[in-house]
Design a protein. Structure first.
Ligand code: PMP
Length: 362
């Protein structure tokens, strides 16, 4: 009987998402640097909104997200009618695949691209197509060369996770204009706010009909636990995504806290400035210990070790010191560790521990 009951094609191809651990057994004060979270947490305005939201627990939330879209539009200078809000940017990335791809279609992502992209492709029965990068940087020509008549979506993150590298606006525009006519370019801007002056691709969305940008409250806004993201795209595409979206996808709490967070740009600014300073400091400190990294544009660095064995030993050593970082073997980077830029004390602890590890001091 159960042999007859089979999941849709692609579902069993899905490799379960590997989330970052938050505890180390036997260590009481572990510092979690494995999920690119904001070390300062959420801003004051967002915390207050969270407390106030208790009064609305019995009410269904609005389905149109008008107030949050208005706040996002005002802050990012975008038309609120071209914005859609979801349960993390993961939901927007998923809605795009649900609406525009299915069995027989292809979804392109890049060699070290974010692990949700192939998961989402398999979820909708499409074929995930992995395209090589050039030295951990997205290669536009390789993507264009991999496109076929069946390509429906291309996912790229800029800055990218877990490499932290970025490609320039001209390259992104060249990619958008070179894609086949039935293919959408999805610009994942989860880390866009960490790059001063970077619009995440918003201007490109405005000038083309085949580009959608996704953004998140999980990173610089410090709200990963609440699950809120958004997308910006051509009106007809946003209309399509709204048809696929659950009407009550976001709770009153999510909506109220996200709106307060957008209006608290001082917290965003403080977080960006701190990240920029500590990221440079950490990268330099690790390089001095013989652990190089590419210049990162995000809130983490990808530390490169001599081998997979050394990276695994470094990971175990850091763990024993209460420092939780992310192994990147699943991203095709087994000799690397991705380390979130924490606060000053966390960065100093990481640099010190890696210095001891490299110096052979146990
Ligand atoms: N895109 C990228 C590149 C990410 O790194 C992440 C989170 N790790 C996401 C999207 C998803 O973020 P969320 O669903 O929390 O908005």
């Amino acid at each position: 009987m159960t042999e007859q009951i089979k999941p849709q094609p692609g579902i069993m191809e899905i490799k379960l998402y590997q989330g970052g651990a938050s505890q180390v057994e036997g260590v009481s004060e572990a510092v979690k640097l494995s999920s690119n979270e904001n070390p300062y947490g959420a801003g004051e305005g967002a915390r207050e909104a969270y407390q106030r939201a208790v009064h609305d627990l019995h009410r269904y939330p609005p389905t149109d997200h008008l107030s949050l879209r208005g706040a996002l539009g005002a802050q990012y200078r975008l038309d609120p009618d071209q914005i859609i809000c979801g349960v993390g940017s993961d939901e927007i990335l998923t809605l795009l695949a649900q609406a525009y791809a299915g069995p027989g279609d292809e979804i392109i992502y890049t060699e070290h691209g974010f692990s949700m992209y192939p998961i989402i492709a398999n979820m909708v029965g499409a074929t995930p197509v992995k395209v090589p990068e050039r030295e951990r940087v997205i290669d536009v020509d390789a993507i264009l060369g991999a496109c076929t008549d069946a390509t429906r979506l291309v996912y790229i993150a800029n800055p990218a996770n877990p490499t932290g590298t970025m490609i320039g606006g001209n390259e992104v525009a060249r990619l958008a204009s070179g894609l086949p006519s039935r293919c959408l370019l999805v610009l994942d801007g989860a880390y866009a706010e960490y790059v001063e002056g970077h619009d995440g691709g918003a201007r490109l969305v405005a000038s083309r009909d085949n580009v959608v940008m996704t953004r998140t409250f999980s990173k610089i806004y410090g709200l990963g636990g609440l699950r809120i993201g958004w997308g910006y795209g051509p009106k007809d595409i946003i209309d399509v995504l709204n048809r696929v979206r659950q009407p009550f996808n976001l709770s009153n709490t999510q909506l109220a806290v996200a709106e307060a967070a957008v209006k608290d740009q001082a917290h965003v600014e403080k977080s960006r400035v701190s990240n920029t300073r500590l990221r440079a400091w950490l990268a330099e400190a690790l390089a001095e210990h013989g652990v190089p990294s590419d210049t990162s544009c995000a809130n983490f660095i990808l530390a490169r070790f001599a081998s997979r064995d050394e990276a695994e030993a470094a990971d175990a050593y850091l763990k024993s010191r209460g420092l939780i970082v992310r192994q990147t073997g699943g991203y095709g980077l087994p000799h690397c560790l991705r380390i979130t830029v924490g606060d000053e004390s966390a960065c100093r602890r990481v640099a010190h521990a890696i210095g001891q590890f490299k110096g052979g001091v146990a």
